[in-house]
Design a protein around this ligand. Structure first.
Ligand code: AMP
Length: 375
């Protein structure tokens, strides 16, 4: 592909924190950014310097007009219709392309693509109607095929009757019933691939969730052997290649006694890659810009032996103690500029790099406790 050079305008669908940090990286590199989404300005992305266009993801005429005002289009919100990506790609390159989005926005299609690529996934049953639940193995996790995130649209079910009730409660939409994976810990690999087929991967990291929301990321995953790091990288590279991804993708994994099981894919920068801003030579956001603009990928090497990231949720508001949090000079603060704090809403994060994972993780968790201490 002909590189899209600094000075050009990158269009981002979506205008939240992932768009904001992509905008920050892109502007630093000399690009202009425009973001498109339904939210009222000033959005997290717009505040960072992106031109804001307000519009619905299903307003094809507005999307076509937006596409004509930019040089390349990418996403921070991936649940857009095929019609929307098609309309945009009539005018400009769209990365990752609509096919990648189509696959990853539906658990049934995503799992089929992973199985086709020879990637280990949890055993699962596709559920279109309640009778599909009868012969399945229990316990399992019933997940809606689409629109689930941060634990929404999924529930642990112990038998077919409970699964049927849950399926009804989910509105009878297509689901997958997944076998419960006895994982030791959860991790992810964030990686990027460009149009030349070059792949650059960050190391396997450990992700600790609270109430289904990412709480802390530890870098590199402290329990990962060299062999596990290598097999996680091999799986990630195979996924990026087989889906022909252009851009950054996050591959979430369960680590079990028997190896790695891939849980799900996100075709964009990911919360478990936020540590790369301070912790790696090239951040995931700069990497995404490089990949979608057809530039060489940057080094994913760590700037320090270890790093950690702790999310700041709306639970820390209304009076976060930023002065207290930043009393440790190793801690970096990121806030997303969201106008209203709600319980569970991602408002920002803290990062620290250090000599050991323990050092870095103690630094961010202690800083977060101080930030919350007024509650
Ligand atoms: P997901 O939305 O698929 O990422 O799932 C959210 C969280 O639920 C995961 O991070 C796991 O902690 C848990 N979970 C999801 N699927 C499974 C599974 N098949 N077995 C065990 N835990 C799961």
């Amino acid at each position: 592909m002909t590189p899209i050079l600094p000075g050009a305008t990158i269009g981002i669908l979506g205008n939240g924190q992932l768009g904001r940090m992509t905008t920050q990286a892109a502007i630093r590199m000399g690009y202009n950014v425009a973001c498109y989404g339904p939210d009222i300005a000033p959005t997290p992305c717009g505040q960072a310097g992106a031109r804001e266009v307000q519009g619905g993801y299903d307003d094809l005429a507005a999307l076509a007009a937006f596409a004509q005002s930019v040089d390349v289009m990418t996403f921070e919100f991936e649940n857009v219709s095929t019609a929307a990506t098609e309309v945009a790609s009539e005018h400009i390159p769209v990365h990752p392309d609509g096919a990648v989005l189509h696959t990853t926005q539906d658990r049934i299609r995503e799992k089929a693509a992973l199985v086709d690529a020879g990637i280990p996934v949890a055993g699962y049953t596709v559920v279109h109607q309640a009778s599909d639940l009868a012969g399945a193995a229990y316990p399992g996790i019933l997940k809606t095929a689409q629109s689930g995130y941060d634990g929404k649209g999924q529930r642990l079910v112990h038998n077919a009757a409970e699964a049927a009730d849950t399926f009804t409660a989910f509105g009878g939409v297509p689901c997958v019933l997944e076998a419960l994976v006895p994982f030791l810990w959860e991790g992810s690999v964030v990686g990027a691939r460009n149009a030349a087929g070059d792949v650059a991967l960050y190391p396997l990291v450990q992700n600790i969730h609270t109430n289904h929301i990412l709480d802390t990321t530890l870098v590199p995953a402290p329990l990962a052997s060299t062999e596990l790091q290598a097999s996680a990288a091999a799986l990630a590279e195979r996924i990026l290649d087989s889906l022909d991804v252009i851009g950054v993708m996050c591959i979430e994994m369960f680590i079990t006694d028997d190896g790695i099981i891939v849980n799900e894919l996100a075709p964009r920068p990911h919360n478990s890659g936020h540590w790369t801003i301070e912790g790696a030579v090239t951040s995931q956001f700069e990497q995404h810009v490089r990949a979608v603009c057809g530039l060489p990928l940057g080094s994913t090497e760590l700037r320090a032996p270890a790093a950690a990231m702790a999310n700041l949720l709306g639970d820390c508001w209304p009076d976060p103690d930023f002065v207290g949090a930043l009393a440790d000079p190793r801690v970096n603060l990121h806030l997303y500029g969201k106008q209203t704090a709600r319980i569970g809403r991602k408002m920002g994060h803290l990062t620290a790099v250090g000599a050991t994972v323990r050092d870095a993780s103690d630094a961010v968790t202690a800083a977060r406790s101080r930030l919350k201490s007024t509650h």
